[in-house]
Design a protein around this ligand. Structure first.
Ligand SMILES: NC(=O)c1ccc[n+]([C@@H]2O[C@H](COP(=O)([O-])OP(=O)(O)OC[C@H]3O[C@@H](n4cnc5c(N)ncnc54)[C@H](OP(=O)(O)O)[C@@H]3O)[C@@H](O)[C@H]2O)c1
Length: 374
């Protein structure tokens, strides 16, 4: 591998590749050298669309080549495990689409395979790499007092006579987490989201984001979950769930294919809560926003650190940040703490989804043991 350039190959020619190929190509130091499809015509068509030099028929055939360093696995969820293992065996780094697999056992095997072959493995969950998520990570420290000098305040304090002080907030101990992710749009014929054999259903497709936000904020697995679902012809189309964690923390999750677009979360501490209505991806042409609600009733409108002027769209590109971080890990040449944390986040997210699926199936609460993949 040229030290300054990481060469990607793409598996699949679906919708997500149309965005992420361009994101890889526009990330400094990254290039796409090959794309593989089950069909030679589709590989050629997609290669021509994006100016990719090599079109390959067959994923196996792709892995026999030596003109790339990393595979971007953009296949339906039930194929992520198989092709990640095969890519690791071929000595390739793997950027794999979400959900990382269809259950936590598969995720564990994928992480083991990457560690055994000493290649990097990252799930393509881009919101985790947004600058705003970095802010959330800091605010989540229960003892941290965060200055509010850049926030726009609105709302009225319930304590009008209070002394003016340097504006700041802290969350205090976490008490409740909520996340809701859904969309309502017509599916194309044969869409993998509606095919249980391909890992379809809203729990894996959208629950990945909501459970991921909850795991990100809690930093651990719940002790017990309870979930309920709307099941249409064997496909989960709406799921709602409650969770109980140690230290008196609770959570609620909602995801579905049959409600308007939602991508919000609330992270509620004793002293303040963070509210965000677009955590998976900022609304188009808007800065990445969030609000801090204080116990006193004051509300502060927060903006991400990289917005140049008030009201300007986000300049943070979460996909390019993610690709850049993946390449940093490749160039480092060994697993580091950031990668271990990514693996834990992905594995525990999938453990939560497994427990929710089990709860739906048994019609009652499911307990989870304390567990870690690292
Ligand atoms: N990160 C994000 O924001 C985001 C957004 C959308 C989707 N995704 C994820 O990306 C993955 C792909 O989603 P997508 O929307 O791009 O799917 P898609 O449009 O259905 O494309 C999937 C591709 O996989 C290949 N494939 C191989 N075996 C297949 C099979 N048995 N059935 C269907 N396709 C098969 C096909 O390419 P060839 O036949 O040409 O090889 C197909 O084009 C999913 O895991 C999804 O959750 C992520």
């Amino acid at each position: 591998m040229n030290a300054s350039r990481v060469r990607f190959a793409v598996m699949g020619t679906g919708r997500v590749t149309r965005r992420l190929i361009a994101d890889i190509q526009s990330t400094a130091g990254a290039t796409v050298t090959a794309i593989a499809s089950r069909s030679a015509d589709r590989a050629r068509w997609q290669a021509d669309c994006f100016g990719i030099p090599n079109a390959v028929c067959g994923y196996d055939e792709l892995l026999r080549r030596d003109d790339f360093d990393a595979v971007y696995v953009a296949l339906p969820p039930s194929l992520h495990h198989e092709w990640t293992l095969a890519s690791c065996d071929a000595g390739k780094h793997v950027l794999c689409e979400k959900p990382l697999a269809v259950n936590a056992d598969q995720v564990g095997e994928m992480i083991d395979a990457a560690e055994t072959r000493d290649v990097r493995l990252l799930d393509a969950t881009a919101w985790l790499h947004h600058d705003r998520t970095g802010q959330f990570r800091q605010w989540l420290d229960p003892d941290r007092t965060t200055p509010l000098s850049d926030a726009e305040d609105f709302g009225v304090s319930d304590e009008p006579d209070e002394e003016p002080t340097e504006p700041s907030f802290r969350l205090g101990p976490l008490r409740h987490l909520s996340a809701a992710v859904s969309f309502r749009s017509p599916f194309q014929n044969g869409d993998h989201r509606l095919d249980p054999d391909l890992g379809g259903g809203c729990l894996l497709d959208l629950g990945w984001y909501a459970a991921g936000l909850i795991r990100f904020a809690a930093g651990r697995l719940p002790q017990q979950v309870y979930a309920d679902a709307v099941d249409r012809e064997g496909v989960l189309t709406r799921v709602s769930a409650t969770m109980q964690f140690s230290n008196d923390l609770t959570a609620t999750l909602s995801c579905g294919f049959d409600t308007a677009t939602r991508k919000w979360c609330e992270i509620a501490g004793e002293d303040a809560s963070i509210v965000c209505d677009d955590f998976t991806r900022p609304w188009p042409d808007k800065p990445a926003r969030s609000w801090v609600h204080e116990a006193s009733g004051k509300v502060h409108s927060m903006v991400e650190p990289t917005v140049p002027t008030d009201g300007a769209p986000s300049v943070c590109h979460q996909e390019r940040n993610m690709i850049g971080e993946f390449m940093r890990r490749i160039r480092l040449g060994r697993i580091d703490e950031a990668e271990r944390q990514s693996h834990e986040q992905a594995w525990q997210t999938q453990r939560i989804l497994d427990a929710l699926a089990e709860s739906i199936s048994v019609g009652g609460p499911v307990k989870l043991a304390v567990a870690s993949v690292t």
